[in-house]
Design a protein around this ligand. Structure first.
Ligand code: GRF
Length: 206
């Protein structure tokens, strides 16, 4: 029976850095019953350490450097061409540190998800662990969410929290949050790949 395998969704992962979430998605997809397979990884810089991890896992990679294009939409259009060449159904951002153009986000509407290291809508943007400590929050965590044009603002798919401990530093907190990121990202992707969740269609533009 090949039916189950052919219905798996093709997923590409966009990274800029170490790629630990990317690696977790690749590993999760090695399980035969997982509803998605990772067909490629695009890095915004050749310096992304995750590229090496992807090579080790035997996943095709591409590099898309903003500096090599006239502008952001042109760079993002090249990414979309690469994603289509891989027959991508779903795009996962995993530490992709570049703002995406509205056209790219529109094109992948409902098929573009991100992991963010905070309990959104709290602490959008960078430096979330330090900000959570400074705010004196008793809980912190991470969120997988659909991507919409506004930064870190799309509807959440899964969220998990953990207690902030008395002696936490941004580093110790980040390390514990990363552990739960690695649990919820594969789970959220599986929910989307199985069609258990969906984003309503984007409003029509006039
Ligand atoms: C993670 O903390 C993720 O939540 C954030 O960027 C970091 C990427 O880490 N968006 P890694 O590259 O997956 O190890």
């Amino acid at each position: 029976m090949t039916g189950e395998k052919t219905s798996r969704k093709n997923v590409a992962v966009l990274i800029s850095g170490r790629g630990s979430n990317m690696e977790c998605l690749i590993r999760a997809s090695r399980v035969e019953t997982y509803p998605a397979r990772i067909v490629g990884v695009i890095a915004s810089t050749p310096a992304a350490a995750g590229l090496e991890r992807a090579h080790r896992e035997g996943v095709p990679t591409a590099i898309n450097r903003l500096a090599e294009f006239t502008d952001r939409p042109a760079a993002d259009a090249a990414m979309t061409r690469q994603l289509h060449a891989w027959k991508t159904d779903i795009v996962c951002l995993a530490g992709f540190m570049r703002i995406l153009s509205a056209d790219f986000v529109d094109h992948w509407h409902g098929r573009l998800i991100n992991i963010h290291p905070s309990l959104l809508p709290r602490f959008k943007g960078l430096d979330t662990h330090r900000r959570a400590l400074q705010a004196g929050d008793a809980e912190h965590g991470c969120t997988v969410h659909f991507v919409e044009p506004e930064l870190d603002a799309g509807p959440p798919i899964l969220q998990q929290s953990l207690p902030v401990l008395p002696h936490d530093t941004p580093q110790t907190l980040a390390a514990r949050v990363l552990e739960i990121e690695h649990r919820i990202y594969p789970e959220a992707l599986a929910m989307l790949a199985r069609g258990e969740i969906a984003l309503p269609p984007a409003p029509t533009k006039h």
